[in-house]
Design a protein around this ligand. Structure first.
Ligand code: DLZ
Length: 158
């Protein structure tokens, strides 16, 4: 395995031959929807670019990032090979940011511990809108693209 301190887009370390039957469930938050829509479109485009069939990608909206946990928990009962949680939490004037960030990351972590199906964390936790824009199709790429590749890699994990 080659060394890499950035996200590795290559599938070379995985035994992946055909993705056309992979089923991916996506849960996406309506809060900061200009950002989450860009993350979603980056995710879906990358899944399709890697051979997934559009009809095997299920997109499910929830009100905010806090609800991603419930949404993912629900999708885990369906027949998906991986779930992707998409959200964007931006720091405001109160402590809400800390509570939501820690709840969502802990909640998604817990689902990964308890379930046999991987849940991919595509939740931006940013200090301001500029940081979110830069990570949802801007100068730092689109984290949705990384989430799609992570989902494909983890779906093949045996
Ligand atoms: C309430 C709230 C706040 C202040 N900020 C965000 C945010 O930046 N990103 C996000 O996805 N959701 C936010 N929410 C909404 C909560 O996630 C949740 O939807 C509500 O607290 C209702 O449970």
């Amino acid at each position: 395995m080659s060394t890499n301190n950035k996200f590795n887009f290559s599938l070379e370390n995985y035994n992946i031959t055909n993705n056309s039957n992979l089923k991916i469930g996506i849960v996406v938050s309506e809060w900061n929807s200009d950002i989450t829509n860009n993350l979603l479109s980056g995710t879906v485009k990358e899944l399709i670019r890697n051979g997934l069939n559009e009809k095997n990608i299920s997109v499910n909206w929830v009100p905010g990032s806090f609800e991603l946990i419930y949404g993912c928990k629900h999708l885990l009962k369906k027949n998906f090979n991986a779930i992707i949680a998409i959200g964007c939490v931006i720091k405001g004037d109160t402590d809400h940011y800390e509570y939501i960030c820690s709840s969502v990351s802990n909640g998604i972590m817990q689902l990964n511990i308890e379930s046999d199906i991987p849940v991919i964390f595509c939740v931006l936790t940013d200090h301001n809108k500029t940081q979110s824009t830069e990570r949802s199709g801007g100068k730092h790429g689109n984290k949705g693209t990384e989430a799609a590749i992570a989902a494909i890699k983890m779906a093949s994990f045996k």
